[in-house]
Design a protein around this ligand. Structure first.
Ligand SMILES: Cc1cc2nc3c(=O)[nH]c(=O)nc-3n(C[C@H](O)[C@H](O)[C@H](O)COP(=O)(O)OP(=O)(O)OC[C@H]3O[C@@H](n4cnc5c(N)ncnc54)[C@H](O)[C@@H]3O)c2cc1C
Length: 397
């Protein structure tokens, strides 16, 4: 009785899933979007929306002014501050390159995207619905939800994040700690001494390499504070990230005074970041993986929202071809992998090698010092934090 058939099932309504739905909104396909949470929902994140996120939003069939002018739960950030292991720092202004970045709590930003997706006429949303099993047959994929509802479709999009059930069930790839980052986030109110340009701050301290401590200003006098560090080093050095974070806030000479009168709004919570620092297979028979499920996070900055949106767009284009040719098999879906890496690999590789180079504190000092004085170094560093357009804009200047 509770069985429905769709042309495509999207699992997960984060940035990748919502934008795949939006990118499919102008075609005639009948689309299902399944989300286990109920919006608005939190997502552990640094909440930084790089200029590349804004560029990606502008490519979707939504009125992007609804975000720039009509969405007030964001703070414009006009610079990125890099603090070196020797505590010297470089501020790179985004304004000089006509770039805009924002910081917006994911509970608000993801809800904005979800509200946009809800307007798609060809979309049926199953919100607050947890999946109990996914099965593949020669002719379709079947999804069974705990509520008893059953959906079937010729193809499924796994946009269900870093712990993707679609990936675990259909793809069976084991996580590789050398290409994973562990991340932990807290919310504070009353952190002081942000720069006039509302710079996002990345503190590259010796003990955290390869990784960094961040302080990002938020609306309403709040701040997102956290640490991200390569998982293999967390294990090797036996680091407790929560203890490390608290210890930096309380004792680090470079920041402790700024937290003197700050109060905790949300305690430390962690989540993994699957990095795009190696090429993988990201599709198979009757499925495509998107965003974090496809491990597309920038290995230098830890930013993954822009590539999640980009993958949503690429997946939608591929899916329309699948239906036009009636091909949903693994060999045909390799075309999706090729297109993803054609658009993203040069940058992911460059950012990975920069991350490797910066593992040594002296080299990290050098890079951050030269990020101001040398256009090429600046372009490399900024490509990790703004992606795509920063590199060319900075080199052209
Ligand atoms: C600590 C930390 C800091 C970060 N900081 C930044 C940053 O500042 N800027 C940035 O750009 N990126 C950042 N990232 C990365 C960013 O959060 C991800 O790259 C981005 O959220 C990926 O989007 P997504 O849509 O692929 O997955 P997600 O945003 O994780 O969305 C997945 C969705 O799928 C749903 N879901 C999961 N399982 C199921 C299921 N079985 N059934 C139905 N639904 C399901 C989830 O509820 C969720 O809504 C950070 C990540 C972490 C962990």
């Amino acid at each position: 009785m509770n069985e429905f058939s769709f042309d495509v099932i999207i699992v997960g309504a984060g940035p990748a899933g919502c934008t795949a739905a939006l990118a499919l909104s102008e075609c005639s396909l009948n689309v299902a979007l399944i989300e286990k949470s109920t919006f608005p929902r939190d997502k552990i994140c640094g909440d930084a929306l790089s200029p590349d996120v804004i560029a990606q939003l502008q490519k979707l069939p939504i009125d992007s002014s609804s975000f720039i002018d009509g969405f007030d739960k964001k703070l414009e950030c006009k610079a990125v501050r890099f603090i070196a292991p020797n505590y010297s720092y470089s501020d790179i202004s985004l304004v000089n390159y006509n770039l805009s970045g924002y910081i917006s709590p994911r509970i608000d930003f993801d809800n904005y995207l979800f509200e946009q997706a809800k307007q798609c006429k060809n979309l049926t949303i199953f919100e607050g619905q947890e999946i109990s099993s996914i099965e593949e047959s020669p002719t379709e994929v079947r999804v069974l939800m705990k509520s008893g509802v059953r959906l079937e479709s010729p193809i499924i999009l796994g946009s269900d994040g870093a712990k993707s059930l679609v990936k675990r069930t259909l793809h069976k790839e084991k996580p590789d700690k050398n290409h994973y980052c562990a991340g932990i986030r807290m919310y504070f109110e009353g952190v002081t001494d942000f720069s006039d340009l509302n710079a996002v701050e990345l503190h590259f301290y010796d003990e955290l390499l390869p990784g960094y401590f961040w302080i990002f200003p938020l609306p309403d006098n709040r701040a997102n504070v956290g640490i991200g560090m390569l998982s293999s080093f967390v294990s090797k050095k036996n680091i407790n990230l929560k203890k490390e974070l608290i210890s930096i806030i309380k004792t680090h000479p470079n920041v402790k005074d700024r937290f003197k009168n700050a109060t905790i709004v949300d305690d430390a919570k962690g989540f993994p970041l699957p990095l795009g620092s190696k090429k993988r297979s990201i599709s198979g028979n009757r499925y495509l993986l998107l965003g974090d499920a496809a491990s597309l996070i920038n290995p230098l900055s830890g930013e993954g929202i822009a590539n999640a949106i980009r993958s949503g767009r690429v997946a939608a284009e591929h899916l329309i071809r699948c239906h036009a040719t009636n091909r949903f098999d693994a060999a045909f879906n390799k075309g999706y992998d090729r297109e993803i890496y054609r658009r993203m690999w040069n940058e992911l590789r460059l950012n990975y090698w920069t991350q490797v180079f910066m593992r040594n504190p002296r080299r990290c000092n050098w890079i951050i010092q030269h990020a101001i004085t040398n256009s090429f170094v600046k372009a490399i560093v900024m490509s990790g934090f703004n992606a795509k357009n920063a590199f060319s804009k900075i080199l052209k200047k």
